[in-house]
Design a protein around this ligand. Sequence first.
Ligand code: G1P
Length: 298
Amino acid sequence: MNSRVTKVVVPAAGMGTRFLPATKALPKEMLPVVDKPTIQYVIEEAVVAGLTNVLMITGRNKNALENHFDRAWELETTLLSKGEIAKLEKVTKSTNLAEIHYLRQGDPRGLGHAVAKARAHVGEHPFALLLGDIITEPVGRLLTTMIDVAEQRGGTVIALAEVNRNDVSAYGIALVEETTEEGIVRIRHLVEKPAPEEAPSRLAIIGRYILVPEIFDLLDETEPGKGNEIQLTDALNVLAEDETIGGPVWGVILDGDWYDTGDKLAYLKAVVSIASRRDDLGEEFRAWLGDFVGTDPS
Ligand code: G1P
């Protein structure tokens, strides 16, 4: 089996109900963080880590995603004729980023079901899975580390970050053992969205995975779990509990920031923190923010 990771799967079919009414007609992955849709941050992350073959799993009402990565002739011609080259580059950047393939999920039966749809595209190789509404920073560092771990150690790799005890029920949570390498753990058990009193730790799955192709057979056998959906975490738990199936399951602890832009508070944090670091906006925005924080917003 070729152990090099070359393909990325990006599920972007979820309905985004946490962000209604904004997501009534707009895919949640198109919500802008400053001036760029979340999905473009995700694709840029893959590209920085050296992965340019992308399969996006979409669904109904997700046409804006395909349009965003396609040419926009009228806009390009207009900007070119006006000599607005900097703006033109912003338009064409997303088009030239990666080779993106699209597949619709069909039935909305959960993340595990969306991932299972990627089987024919991925084939018998390990691949990266990047959830389309999560941003990690610095761009590409986490994914690059994860690919290295997968290529050196074999098996599955899942990115983890510590969350507050009250937040564990929003994530897949891992029971881990230390390894001799700092920042890398061995995952022994996974549970999807546990109640705080049942969580085996506070280490949450943050939407970045390197998966082995054995995951597809497991997903086919996975019964609906939490929320009556086919849960990727349940299939991964089978791998974690029996390493003879597809090798060990490693955890890489995030050394950086992550934002779940499907969550309102995390989305606001992403906008503020990314805007604060922008060359064109940061200085003025930080100065305003400093004053604003001291005021009474009521
Ligand atoms: C999914 C996964 C969950 C993971 C989370 C990260 O849940 O099922 O294990 O922790 O993404 O955001 P979702 O957010 O789609 O409900």
